[in-house]
Design a protein around this ligand. Structure first.
Ligand code: FNR
Length: 383
């Protein structure tokens, strides 16, 4: 089967992965409405191209915190990538680096953060942070991330509690993993995945709580298992983080324009507009629909990034036209990883990247600076 479009990559991933893993990756919260709105709202926007412009050289690169990304695209933090392929985060980090793109490592990784950083030392890597009730754990992660050379810290703020992902409940997917009869059947029908995991000792997989290989040791994993997020985390807590972390600090999971304005006032260095890929508040709006208000509220004081549901280069170009500095993707990278390891993830990122370049060319835009809100229209309403 060809890799013409992202759906092809997702199909391949679903064939390789046991169902409970594929559902963990693909699923959203409750009725999966948010997942649906992300896709629909992006599809509803149209791009209005300019004509007769010189596009012999189209430059898709973008500057972020002193780094040049080859394309305005990055890999979002995804937890438990070790379930998809052994050493999944190391492979993903290398794939992103090979494409000249940044990689964000999840707190809930099965890999040691030092190992992931060392796997692509020349590339831009950011560390994502969940703050659990025992704040000493976060302090430890932040210190280790700084020592390992992660370049920015991404504080995820949309998980005071985990969203209700009904697919996971139905599949009996919870950690520590104790497969029931249905999952055992599922595993038996996916011998390639199961053998691969068995051969590598299934790092952090069969019983995650006993794993010592995680991003921040067994302690974090235990806290994640207990879903013990710190619900007392508030704006004032940023001062605590600032004392621990000297580099750029981003907040991920902002949807309200007032929060975006507050983040700018508090001196946050960047925002990631996100609804967690539709996995948290199912009634949340699509990110593309709130992006213009947030860009306006921030008024150029800090870069605004966006994720959740971006599957095509044209989707990314829509967000860039609305003022986003870059777009992150979660599932597309993980589908590529499942489909063909590091090479698959690289290919999947290149698919979107190539589409961004072609879309810019079709738009008559020689660089991202040529894009603006006037390049967008909503569907024509004849009534
Ligand atoms: C996530 N996401 C996420 N975010 C985060 O800050 N920390 C995490 O550990 C995770 N874990 C995670 C697991 C899985 C399986 C998925 C699909 C997503 C959210 C992620 O960073 C990002 O916001 C979304 O994935 C973006 O949406 P798309 O590109 O997957 O549609």
């Amino acid at each position: 089967m060809s890799w013409l479009r992202m759906d092809d990559v997702r199909e391949r991933a679903r064939r390789y992965l046991p169902r409970f893993v594929a559902d963990y990756v693909d699923g959203g919260a409750e009725d999966e409405r948010c997942l649906d709105h992300n896709a629909r709202d992006l599809a509803a926007l149209r791009l209005v191209p300019h004509c007769l412009r010189d596009t012999r050289a189209v430059d898709t690169s973008v500057e972020v915190f002193g780094r040049t990304w080859k394309r305005p695209l990055g890999v979002a933090p995804v937890g438990f990538n070790g379930l998809v392929r052994p050493n999944g985060d190391v492979l993903l980090a290398r794939a992103a680096a090979s494409q000249g793109l940044p990689f964000v490592l999840s707190t809930a990784s099965n890999a040691r953060l030092e190992a992931v950083r060392a796997a692509a030392p020349e590339a831009a890597q950011w560390m994502q942070l969940y703050v659990m009730s025992d704040r000493a754990i976060a302090e430890q992660i932040v210190r280790r991330a700084a020592a390992a050379g992660f370049e920015a810290l991404v504080l995820t703020v949309d998980v005071p509690v985990s969203g209700m992902r009904e697919r996971d409940v139905r599949n009996g997917f919870k950690l520590p993993f104790r497969p029931g009869p249905r999952t055992l059947w599922d595993l038996a029908s996916h011998p390639r995945w199961s053998l691969g995991m068995a051969r590598h000792g299934a790092p952090g997989f069969v019983n995650l709580s006993e794993s010592t290989g995680g991003a921040a040791s067994a302690q974090v994993q235990a806290a994640l298992l207990a879903r013990a997020m710190d619900r007392s985390l508030v704006w004032d807590s940023l001062a605590w983080l600032r004392r621990l972390w000297q580099g750029p600090l981003l907040i991920k999971g902002v949807l309200h324009r007032d929060d975006a304005a507050r983040a700018a006032r508090e001196g946050v260095d960047g925002l990631i507009v996100s609804n967690h890929g539709g996995r948290q508040l199912d009634a949340a709006p699509s990110t593309i629909s709130v992006l213009p208000g947030i860009v306006q509220a921030v008024d150029g004081r800090l870069p605004v990034f966006v994720d959740s549901g971006f599957r095509r280069g044209s989707d990314a170009v829509k967000a860039l036209s609305l003022g986003a500095r870059g777009v992150f993707v979660g599932r597309p990278a993980v589908w590529g990883l499942a489909a063909d390891g590091e090479a698959g993830a690289a290919r999947s990122l290149d698919l979107i990247g190539t589409e961004i370049e072609r879309t810019l060319t079709l738009m008559g835009a020689a660089s991202l600076r040529d894009l603006g809100p006037a390049n967008l229209s909503l569907p024509w309403n004849p009534s």
